[in-house]
Write a protein that binds this ligand. Structure first.
Ligand SMILES: Nc1nc2c(c(=O)[nH]1)N[C@H]1C(S)=C(S)[C@@H](COP(=O)(O)OP(=O)(O)OC[C@H]3O[C@@H](n4cnc5c(=O)[nH]c(N)nc54)[C@H](O)[C@@H]3O)O[C@H]1N2
Ligand SMILES: Nc1nc2c(c(=O)[nH]1)N[C@H]1C(S)=C(S)[C@@H](COP(=O)(O)OP(=O)(O)OC[C@H]3O[C@@H](n4cnc5c(=O)[nH]c(N)nc54)[C@H](O)[C@@H]3O)O[C@H]1N2
Ligand code: SF4
Ligand SMILES: [Mo]
Length: 693
């Protein structure tokens, strides 16, 4: 029998809507949901079938029997694994308090259940990947608009000019945005791309600038300088909505394009030209606030400068600009319900392990925390000893900079529990490993996507689990029951969860069968730019002079500091993604491994010649944190101060035979430093030495 099932991809966290064809209980085909994506899917999405059939993924619950990291395991029943985990956790809680248990996950559809679990056991220590990915973007948005970056989106389809700062949009993919952007380009939209190397996105852009690493902020100040001097900004919008224009004007007065040329290497005349072009196309222009790109410990000011440029152009809540996402309530429905909001759930009082909301990281988002503080908090035992770490759909060992330090920290823990689909680095180092069914084998909590047209998507099980695995919503309920807090998980099936989530919205579940999603608005909801934008700052305006920053003793405008050039013979390590892999999780996928089996080190040709390194030769890369062996890719297409490698390689788990020891790991090399205002890690703050291996 042949069936077509609408669901949601999870080969990366973009979560594209998909249509899966199932015949006689096997998956025959996966494509993008034609109602949203015109059938398109990326390479990783297509490789979902290879993950389903992979014999090297986690197949049954296991308890460690050898030393940590030795790789000796006992296969156990679900009941034994859960009872053992609950016993260990209860023992730790009774000795050290509930705050000694930390839970980390990559934000996902079930995050409301994980947060419920942590609140139920009395610990404040839930964190997500968010700070590691874009903590300073989140904070920058809140300082300016009161919204997080996750509460806004970009209207690519109607944009006339987009500026991308290392936002390598055609390789670090999100399918819907790039389809919309390509449509806009066909209608004449322009792309300006700025990177320290020439990526695929650079090759598709109308203008590409190879910038000196870490100097994007200087470029932005110079753009502001021109925009203000030549009155290129949207005066009516700025007068109505911006607080602190005069302060900005005097701050950037001396930061001319000529000054920025010396910092960035971008000719002053071209900076002026870009400012004038954008001035003409405003407000349908976007300066992309990005994720990674220039990641340094002063990142908050860079991200703020990007958002301020949007404000100057009047593009926030404009067609073809940045749109504030609208919720079910804005569309006239009740709120989308989450178990974490249920009555009677304890509110833990202890301070967070990562210092968020306290003196250390006062203004970072407590909804996410700052995950990279975990190893530091374990090692220092400040603010208190941490004894147990639970990781779900997240690999802290490889996703938090400084692998060797992470290992030293995890060595100090009494209990490590991992819930994953792959034998990731953290699972290998765990005491108990619980295998989740992969996305094609399970249904999940509904996905509420706020936006101009708020829409709810459904992930639906396509085939039965191949191995002895379970969906997370069931795993966490069973663990909660063993811990004695099962009352906070009052469901018995995924349908119960769906009904709970929709209880105040009132859409029947059958409606999802038609297209896999239900939209709550017929047309985009856009607020009136003259008077109707609801900014959530104390002033109700876009705060160039920020009350949030200044209340906590941080300046709204910080003096520009030039990033140091690396010492002789060294390079600034820069990292990123490509179109074929997801972070640290797909390197062992049989299809994707065949396409890109290892990473290479981009190095500038003139610098390579000085070091006697030729293209394709193995080199040794080392830093104060560690070292790796990797093939050199010698090219003119990277700035001489930088070297670049893909994140996610250099796996050290022998059970993942296809990717074991292939390429080098950026995580081993990087130091764990953070923008202590915004929360992002300084992933590009490490200098490395390179020599022939
Ligand atoms: N050194 C360094 N660190 C980084 C970055 C970097 O570039 N360099 N990038 C940062 C960024 S931007 C991000 S977003 C984070 C991402 O960090 P992570 O979220 O840790 O990375 P992923 O590769 O997305 O996935 C982590 C784990 O999720 C598992 N997984 C996949 N699908 C499922 C599932 O259905 N169920 C379960 N239970 N598990 C699943 C994978 O097997 C993998 O072990 O890393 C950050 N950290
Ligand atoms: N295929 C694929 N797509 C993905 C993901 C994935 O894992 N795989 N992950 C998703 C996630 S979670 C994220 S966060 C996004 C990340 O999307 P992007 O933010 O686009 O991230 P990266 O691929 O890390 O690209 C960073 C770029 O910044 C450049 N760069 C380094 N230093 C500087 C600098 O000083 N200035 C400038 N201007 N550029 C610099 C690097 O050369 C690199 O090309 O991608 C998302 N999409
Ligand atoms: S970008 Fe690719 S891997 Fe990620 S959700 Fe979409 S189709 Fe799946
Ligand atoms: Mo990310």
């Amino acid at each position: 029998m042949r069936k077509e099932i609408y669901s949601i991809c999870f080969m990366c966290t973009v979560r594209c809507p998909i249509k899966v064809t199932v015949e006689d209980g096997s998956i025959r085909w996966i494509e993008g949901n034609p109602h949203v994506l015109k059938g398109a899917l990326c390479a990783k999405g297509s490789a979902g079938i290879a993950l389903l059939n992979d014999t090297e993924r986690l197949r049954y619950p296991m308890i460690r029997v050898g030393a940590r990291g030795e790789g000796k395991w006992k296969r156990v029943s679900w009941d034994e694994a859960l009872s053992y985990s609950a016993e260990k956790l209860k023992e730790i809680i009774s000795k050290y308090g509930p705050e000694s248990v930390v839970f980390g996950e990559r934000q996902n559809l079930n995050t409301h259940l994980s947060k419920t679990f942590m609140r139920a056991i009395g610990s404040p220590n839930h964190y997500t990947h968010d700070a590691l990915c874009k903590g300073s973007v989140n904070t920058a948005f809140r300082t300016l608009t009161g919204y997080t970056d996750a509460q806004v989106t970009i209207d690519y389809a109607n944009c006339k000019h987009i500026v991308l700062y290392g936002r390598n949009i055609f390789e670090s993919l999100e399918l819907r945005p790039i389809q919309a952007l390509m449509d806009a380009v066909e209608k004449g939209a322009r792309i300006t791309y700025i990177d320290t190397r020439a990526t695929i996105t650079a090759s598709k852009a109308h203008r590409f600038w190879l910038i000196r690493p870490g100097t994007d902020l200087a470029l932005n100040y110079a753009l502001m300088n021109v925009i203000l001097r030549e009155n290129l900004y949207d005066e009516a919008y700025v007068n109505r909505w911006v607080l602190g224009l005069n302060e900005l004007r005097s701050f950037v007065e001396s930061m001319t394009p000529e000054w920025a040329e010396k910092e960035t290497g971008i000719p002053a005349g071209e900076i002026v030209e870009l400012a004038r072009e954008l001035g003409k196309d405003k407000p349908q222009v976007v300066f992309h606030y990005g994720y990674r790109g220039a990641n340094h410990t002063n990142e908050i000011y860079f991200r703020r400068s990007i958002i301020m440029l949007n404000a100057l152009m009047g593009s926030i809540e404009s067609k073809g600009g940045i749109i504030i996402r609208k919720t079910a309530k804005d569309a006239g429905y009740g709120a989308f319900a989450k178990y974490v909001d249920q009555e009677g759930l304890p509110k833990p009082k202890a301070p967070r392990f990562d210092g968020v909301g306290g003196d250390l990281l006062p203004i970072c988002d407590p909804a996410h925390g700052v995950g990279q503080q975990l190893p530091l908090a374990i090692l220092s035992e400040k603010p208190y000893p941490i004894k147990a770490a639970i990781s779900y759909r997240f690999d802290p060992m490889l996703s938090i900079p400084d692998y060797n330090q992470n290992k030293r920290a995890f060595d100090k823990l009494d209990f490590i529990l991992t819930i994953d689909v792959n034998f990731n680095e953290t699972a290998w180092y765990s005491d108990v490993v619980l295998p989740e069914s992969i996305y094609l084998e399970r249904s999940d909590s509904l996905q509420m996507v706020d936006g101009p047209r708020p829409t709810i998507y459904m992930r639906r099980q396509c085939v039965p689990p191949r191995y002895d695995t379970k969906p997370y919503w069931e795993i966490i309920k069973l663990l909660a029951e063993k811990m004695g807090v099962g009352q906070f998980f009052p469901y018995n099936s995924i349908e119960d969860i769906w009904a709970y989530q929709l209880k105040d919205i009132g859409i029947p579940l059958e409606k999802f069968e038609e297209k896999g999603f239900v939209s709550l608005a017929d047309k985009p909801i856009i607020w009136d730019r003259k008077d109707g934008i609801k900014f959530k700052t104390p002033s109700g305006k876009i705060e160039f002079v920020s009350s949030l920053l200044e209340q906590h003793g941080f300046p709204s405008f910080a003096p520009y500091e030039s990033p140091p050039a690396p010492p002789e013979g060294m390079f600034r390590l820069t990292v990123g993604r490509n179109a074929v892999h997801t972070h640290v999780s797909t390197q062992n996928n049989p299809y994707l491994n065949e396409l890109v089996p290892e990473n290479v080190l981009w190095i500038n040709a003139a610098e390579a010649a000085k070091l006697g390194i030729s293209d394709g030769q193995y080199v040794e890369v080392s830093s104060d944190q560690g070292w790796g062996r990797i093939k050199a890719f010698v090219t003119d297409l990277i700035h001489p101060e930088a070297v670049f490698m893909l994140h996610g390689f250099g796996h050290q788990v022998p059970a993942m035979t296809r990717c074991y020891n292939k390429g080098a790991s950026d995580t081993v090399l990087q130091k764990n430093v953070t923008d202590m205002v915004g929360g992002s890690p300084g992933l590009h703050d490490t200098f490395v030495r390179v020599r022939p291996a």
